[in-house]
Design a protein around this ligand. Structure first.
Ligand code: DGJ
Length: 731
């Protein structure tokens, strides 16, 4: 890990273990030039990468052809409306209504460690394990500066990149868009990989041709969304786990975003990522700063597999702060699919007693315990216990659950208000809305305007009171609708465009307060399933509910897309009842358990009503979870096969860092007739080590498992799963 400055040519070289990233402050003007990002290169002969002899690369000395220079120059951070016609890194309107921007090199700093980002989640590092380069660019005409920040981390091929804008003039500047990352690069036959989806089917893998012009994804729903994940990758070799160049980009932000690639007339690519232009503007007064969120970039020359493992390591070690991140999480049972709104304390106690017998460790009371909430039509905001359901109150219930020997967790949806609620009767204006326009209902609820102090204080006060009223050790923070009708009386008319971003900042501020006041609380984020499963949220909560679709087979796809970026330790995954409530499919209880083992693990069913056989299997699943969870949480993830693409079976492995243990999960989704024996080849083991298949006498060499593969014994039948545990032994 190193960051060098080659003064002679004003070139910056950022070096991670296997990659180099080079930027130059080009010619006398100091245009920020993206020179190179890829496999590690020697830094001695870099100037030719500047391509100074190519036509058009003579900006200052050839004013006649300045536009052909600007329109093809490989920018690290581009100009706007001064001669580059590609998608801009930044768009502004100055006091005269003009939009020209030309940010050029002014100064730089290289230092050990990494700074936090004001009000935003971000990766962290200390002076011994991280290093940062800050390059300040300036546009002297409008008095705008941009500080481009690049941080690297010991042992990781990742760069955390962000942008801070400073208005150094005396006049306001309106920011119309600010990308956190752009860079211009050659097109080496890349495709764009994104993770589109919907409610109940989040994060499917989608590969697209990159056409001329713009190819992109975005969310302007106020959250990262079910529909698109704030992630993209440029991939050279499709879904290959081992081969081909891959550039991965993940946004540490939970609100509106855009991510895409602009392909130019000269076949160069400009990948970009930042807050979505739509529904955004920001009035920056003289002397003020605007911090744009962070993008994590990683380059792999070994296919998607290495990209995934880099993201996992970075997020596990430099993003998630919760004390739970390295701990085994309590196995929980959640009553949502067991009872929905129809429960009382007797029912919950009955579930808790049965759960305890099976080795489950925590009861989570989901939606419906407050106000008059017996369906989803009312009471959000009225965070007071419904004593008709919880006789004697919350503390009595929690104490009783604790005395059974279970921890207690609770569900809240703090950001929302039901039009049928006491809170709405008192404060109808607290909902986000445009005056004179009836706001659009979604799940029959509105979104609270958390940017207003009185609303923020009320919401935090209720969360705090509820959590302090009993021994509550876990909170499921849900968010079941997206934002629209954007309007806030707290903002002046020329600041209404700030609402979406201010809303996200307020959510972050709420969560920050929560985790500092309740440092031992286990916080699980959720948004109608996985609509806010993003790196921003992981800064506050070590786990996020992956999807409302708990069917084991659907989960294979959802968990594949999620684990492409996010560590398994963050994926909320539960065993639920069958026929599955969402797809009506019946799968073996074992398969449901094996698939949920790849996440935080728990149950989402009425344990008092499932079959004896299923219930009898729970203690075994609990034991399996305890046996493997440390490996699942901390190991390296290797995808072996994808049901999403082969339509027959799924397989993945988690291998311990020292390569002495590996857990392979195989799921036969659809069995076929007259098929050859299923063989799975596993990468990532130590070629020289001998591995015994747990429960058998069979010992196989790592190189044999990689090249010849393991034979699956039980490939017959639909929806069958198998766990194969390998332990290294003396040869
Ligand atoms: C959506 C969540 O994803 C579910 O698990 C459940 O908590 C419901 N909301 C409750 O309304």
């Amino acid at each position: 890990m190193d960051i060098k400055y080659i003064e002679k040519n004003r070139i910056f070289v950022i070096e991670t273990p296997d990659t180099s990233y080079c930027i130059a402050a080009f010619d006398e003007e100091g245009f920020p030039c993206h020179m190179y990002y890829g496999d590690k290169i020697s830094t001695s002969d870099l100037t030719y990468v500047l391509k100074m002899l190519e036509p058009g690369y003579t900006a200052s000395s050839n004013m006649r052809d300045r536009s052909s220079f600007l329109d093809r120059f490989p920018f690290e951070y581009s100009t706007n409306n001064v001669g580059d016609y590609r998608k801009s890194s930044i768009e502004i309107t100055d006091k005269n209504g003009h939009s020209g921007v030309n940010l050029c090199y002014e100064s730089h700093k290289i230092f050990k460690g990494k700074k936090g980002l004001q009000g935003l989640p971000a990766t962290f590092g200390n002076e011994s394990d991280s290093m940062t380069l800050e390059i300040t660019l300036a546009d002297k005409v409008i008095g705008l500066k941009a500080v481009l920040s690049y941080s690297i981390f010991e042992g990781l091929d990742a760069i955390a990149r962000s942008v801070r804008l400073i208005n150094s003039s005396d006049e306001p500047i309106r920011i119309d868009s600010v990308m956190s990352m752009t860079m211009d690069m050659d097109n080496d036959g890349y495709k764009l990989l994104t993770l589109p989806g919907s409610w109940g089917r989040e994060r499917a893998m989608d590969f697209r041709e990159i056409g001329f012009g713009d190819t992109s994804v975005e969310s302007f729903r106020g959250e990262s969304s079910h529909q698109f994940q704030p992630f993209m990758a440029l991939v050279q070799n499709g879904d290959s786990q081992e081969q081909g160049k891959v550039y991965g980009f993940s946004f540490v932000y939970s609100g509106n975003f855009e991510a895409g690639v602009c392909r130019s007339q000269f076949d160069s690519l400009r990948p970009y990522m930042g807050i979505c232009r739509k529904n955004f503007s920001w009035k920056l007064l003289g002397g003020e700063e605007f911090q744009a969120p962070e993008v994590i970039m990683t380059y792999s020359s070994e296919g998607l597999g290495k990209m995934t493992r880099t993201f996992h390591d970075l997020y596990r070690n430099h993003l998630i702060r919760s004390p739970y991140k390295d701990r085994e999480r309590p196995i929980l049972i959640n009553n949502w699919e067991a009872t929905y709104f129809d429960f009382d304390s007797d029912k919950l106690i009955a579930i808790a007693k049965e759960a305890k017998k099976c080795g489950i460790e925590m009861l989570v009371m989901d939606d419906g315990w407050f106000g008059e909430r017996n369906d989803d039509n009312s009471s959000l905001g009225d965070w007071y216990v419904n004593e008709n359901k919880l006789k004697g109150g919350l503390k009595k219930l929690v104490d009783e659950v604790n005395s059974i020997g279970l921890k207690f967790g609770i569900w809240m949806e703090p950001e929302m208000i039901s039009p049928v609620s006491k809170l709405y009767e008192e404060h109808p204006d607290w909902a986000i809305q445009i005056p004179g326009r009836e706001p659009c209902r979604s799940r029959n609820q509105f979104v609270l305007d958390l940017t207003r102090k009185e609303v923020f204080d009320y919401v935090y006060g209720r969360i705090k009171d509820v959590l302090s009223s009993a021994n509550i050790e876990y909170l499921k923070w849900d968010m079941n609708r997206q934002l629209c009708d954007l309007g806030s009386p707290g903002l002046e008319s020329d600041r209404q465009g700030e609402l979406s971003h201010r809303y996200v900042l307020a959510v972050y501020a709420l969560m920050e307060k929560l985790v500092s006041d309740f440092p031992n609380l286990l916080l699980e984020n959720c948004s109608g399933g996985g609509a806010r499963f993003d790196a921003g949220m992981l800064y506050y909560s070590p786990q996020i509910w992956c999807s409302d679709d708990t069917d084991a087979i659907e989960r294979l796809k959802i968990q594949e897309g999620t684990s492409l970026i996010f560590p398994l330790s963050t994926m909320g995954a539960h065993v639920s009842d069958c026929p599955n409530h969402m797809v009506g499919r019946t799968t073996p209880f074992k398969t449901r358990g094996d698939v949920a083992l790849a996440g935080t693990f728990g149950y989402e069913l009425d344990i008092t009503r499932i079959s004896e056989d299923d219930r009898a299997e729970i203690p075994h699943q609990v034991e399996t979870y305890h046996k493997y969870n440390e490996l699942v949480r901390s190991g390296d993830y290797y995808r072996i096969a994808s049901y999403q693409r082969n339509r027959e079976y799924d397989a993945y492995a988690v291998i311990s860092r020292d390569k002495t243990r590996a857990l392979i999960t195989y799921v036969q989704v659809i069995a076929g007739p007259n098929a050859k024996k299923r063989i799975i080849k596993v990468n990532g083991l130590d070629d020289q080590k001998a591995y015994r298949i747990d429960g058998t006498d069979k010992v196989i060499l790592g190189s044999t498992i990689r090249n010849v593969g393991l034979q699956i014994q039980n490939a017959g039948g639909d929806f069958r799963s198998e766990l194969i545990y390998l332990v290294s032994v003396e040869k």
